[in-house]
Every structure is written in C-alpha cells, then in structure tokens.
Unconditional design. Structure first.
Length: 463
C-alpha cells in the first residue's frame, strides 16, 4: 500500500532521495538527442496500470518516468537542438526550480509571498534597467510570451477606453512576421489586426506603419505590436521610428521580445534595440535565452499603474487583500501563480549578470561564425545577415521535401534537431542558437553533411 500523501515515512524518504538523485543525474549526463515521441498507443499501454486505487509507489512511478516517459520526450536543452527557440537553463536555475515547487509559495499576493515576490521584482528590475525603463517601471512573471502579449494588450485596450471611449470595433497593428501568439491574443480579445508590410529584412518600419494606419483610418486601433527578434528570422523592428508613430497617435507601443530581448544584456547587440526604452510594455522569455527553466516570461510595463485597473480580480474573498502592496496577480490575466521568476533570480544571484552577458554573446558570435561559413560555401546562400542568433540559408536546387527529409533523418539519427522554414515564400533552412555550449565546429559538421547533397539535386528522400 502506498504511503500517506502527507506523511513523511521511511518509504517517502527513500523515493524522495531517489527523485533528487535522478534530477542531479539528468543534469550531469549528456542530453540524449535520440529521444523522441512514441506512438500514443504504446504510451497508453505503459501508463494503463499506473493510476489505480492503491497506487504503484514512488520508486516504480519514477522508474516508469525515467525509462519510458522521459525518453519519449525530446530534450530542449541539447546544445544541438537548433530548431524553433530552444532552452538552456543554468544548473542553478534548474535546481532551484525544485526548491520553488517544494516551498509551496502562492506568489499572487504580497501578504502570501512577500519574500519571493521581492526577489522576482529584483530580477524584473534588472531587465527593466537593461531596457532603460524608469525606476517606477514594474511587471510580473507569467507563463510565456502568449500570456505576456495577451495581458499587455488587455491593459492597452483598457487605457484606450479610459481615454477615448469604446469604438465600434477594436484593432491592433502588426506585421505577418509577428509571433503567432499576437494574432491568437487578437482572436481571444475579438479584435481586428491591421497588417503592416515588412521591409526586405523582415522588419516593421515607421513609414510603413504610418501608411497602414492612415489607410485604416485609425478606426479603433489601440496598440501597435512590434518585435525585437522575430522567431523566424531574428529581425529587430525599427523600434524608435515605431515609437514616434505611436506617440503621435497616442497608441500603446508593445514590444514582443520573447526571444530577442534577452540580448539586451549582450555587449554585442544591446545597441540594436534603440527605442525599446520608449515602449509602453514589453515581454521577454527567460526560458528561451536567459537560461531559466520552463515556464517563465517577464512582462514589464513602463507605467504599471494602469495594469491593475485592467486585471485586478475582485470578490468578497479577495477584499482583504492589501491593494497598496505589489500583488503580481494584478498585472496580468491570472490570479493563482507560482513564483516562476525565482529560478532566474537565484541564477542571477549565483553566477552574476556578467555571466549572462558572456553566455548570450557566445551564441551571437557562434551564429556570426556560422553565417561566415555558409557565405563561403558553394551551393549555399545566406539569406540575411544575422542580427541576433538566427541563421537562414538555402541550398541550391533543394526543395521543401528535401529539406524536410534531411531534417527528419538527422533527428531520427540523433545528430541534431534542425527544421526548415520559409523566407519570402520559398523554403530554406533555419538555425537558432541559444545554448552557449553549442560549438561552431559541430554546426560546421552539419553543413558538411548538407554539402554532400548539394551536387545531387535529384535527392527526394534521404535514408
């Protein structure tokens, strides 16, 4: 019979130490890129006997996770995971995430989690200072870029209605290159999207924004969403020029920097974000390129005072809350929340901010070296000079099917995870480097592998 859920006995002590031991083992061992999804039927068969009236015990549950469930997942912190925007949490951040869970902190209200919230706010302050925000700026850690973008836009709409009243129809302005979560937020909020064309580098520019707004007639437009490091190409919009347009039209200026704004701490790329200091709000995901574990996104407001009037929840059971203190639940669309910013704070306190600068710079330098290598290779074309750590390139004669076949084969072999994308409607390969331990030599080996197929344009499927 399984032990009581809330009593600590000898059996609990044994499997607790086993869990901690596995966590340490997982951090020490090389990440296994051979891991990957298994068929649902196979996993269902393994899981079928696990949830029953008497339980199976902690040691057996851990064995199933270690031997079956974890290998059916793809580790996102593998240095050769170059797809999407992966993660590479520091050792300190990962281990402290265990402490956060064990501490059972409700971090929605100051009276319940003052110590944790104070530390989270210090980490937010570091990010706000990097952006040049005033000392009165503040925000909250939410689950991801989707939550950050939605919460910022809800705040923006609320401010617009306070100032100008409710229009017949709401709208925001952004480009096609904006992250999908922005359009998802628009659907959730039932607002329209004024699509602004990008320039040849995939950026939103001030003149293009002005033209699009003039054509739309400003009917109900309450916010502009720019991007500081697009997911697909790593492009940075013309933030300063966009800020000019927003200021002239009294529009909320939100910057989605889920991936790219981590480079605010970079000694190489900081100046590429000129104008971020003029944003009304921005988001950046520490679980992407600031070395925190999932799930963690920072939403920061230049003037946070408007957010509680948009988001604070009220009820007889909440009336006792001290609204004069900093209650994180008032700054996004949530109430319950874990102190998800604590692992970032702990890692910053452990290693120091200079370590973050060095780590982000390492990815940018590696991306630049890979871009140089691609540029020098016959049969390869570098599509854009990387502004951050995304590299887009094509191989002469290759089709979308060929890119996909190579990608799937190398993933199955456990060589690397690289997935194709498209640029200006044409298929291409995309590398995204966020792990400071990704070695340029290893990526060059991938290019060598791809080079072997350059002269064989008849390749349709790679076995």
């Amino acid at each position: 019979m399984a032990p009581s859920m809330h009593e600590w006995d000898a059996e609990t002590n044994l499997f607790a130490h086993s869990v901690i031991g596995y966590a340490i083992e997982r951090l020490q061992l090389p990440k296994d890129p051979h891991w990957g999804a298994l068929p649902a039927e196979q996993l269902a068969e393994v899981l079928a006997p696990t949830v029953n009236p008497d339980g199976i015990g902690g040691l057996e549950a851990l064995r199933i996770f270690r031997d079956v469930l974890m290998p059916a997942c793809r580790p996102m912190d593998d240095p050769m995971n170059l797809a999407y925007v992966a993660t590479s949490p520091s050792n300190a951040a990962t281990m402290f995430d265990l402490v956060v869970s064990a501490s059972s902190i409700f971090a929605g209200a100051w009276e319940a989690g003052a110590g944790a919230i104070a530390a989270e706010n210090q980490a937010l302050r570091w990010i706000a200072d990097l952006a040049g925000f005033p000392s009165t700026a503040g925000g909250v850690f939410v689950s991801g870029g989707s939550a950050a973008n939605l919460s910022a836009l809800v705040t923006a709409r609320h401010r617009y209605e306070q100032r100008h009243g409710r229009p017949a129809r709401w709208a925001i302005a952004s480009t096609e290159e904006v992250h999908a979560s922005v359009r998802a937020a628009a659907r959730v909020m039932d607002v329209d999207v004024v699509t602004v064309p990008v320039d040849d580098a995939g950026r939103l520019t001030g003149p293009a924004l002005e033209s699009a707004l003039a054509a739309h007639g400003d009917r109900g437009v309450f916010a502009v969403v720019a991007t500081a490091g697009t997911t697909n190409a790593g492009a940075i919009d013309e933030l300063d020029a966009i800020a000019d347009v927003c200021a002239a039209r009294d529009l909320w200026f939100h910057v989605d920097g889920a991936y790219g704004l981590a480079a605010l701490c970079s000694s190489i790329a900081r100046d590429r974000f000129h104008g971020i200091e003029r944003a009304d709000s921005f988001g950046v995901d520490p679980h992407k390129w600031l070395f925190a574990p999932y799930d963690c996104a920072a939403l920061i407001y230049r003037d946070p005072a408007v957010a509680p009037s948009a988001h604070a929840q009220h009820g007889t059971y909440l009336d006792s809350l001290d609204r004069g203190e900093w209650n994180p639940s008032d700054y996004a669309y949530h109430l319950s929340r874990r102190a998800r910013g604590l692992p970032l704070w702990f890692s910053l306190a452990t290693y120091g901010t200079r370590a973050y600068t060095d780590a982000v710079d390492a990815s940018i330098r590696t991306a630049a070296a890979i871009a140089d290598e691609i540029r020098s290779r016959p049969g390869f074309e570098l599509l854009l000079e990387p502004e951050l750590s995304v590299v887009l390139f094509t191989i002469d004669g290759w089709t979308k099917e060929q890119y996909l076949a190579w990608s799937r084969d190398r993933a199955r072999q456990g060589v690397a995870l690289v997935v194709p994308t498209s640029w200006k409607g044409a298929p291409c390969m995309r590398l995204c480097l966020v792990h400071p331990q990704t070695q340029a030599e290893k990526v060059v080996e991938l290019l060598d592998d791809l080079s072997a197929g350059v002269s064989t344009t008849a390749i349709v499927e790679i076995h």
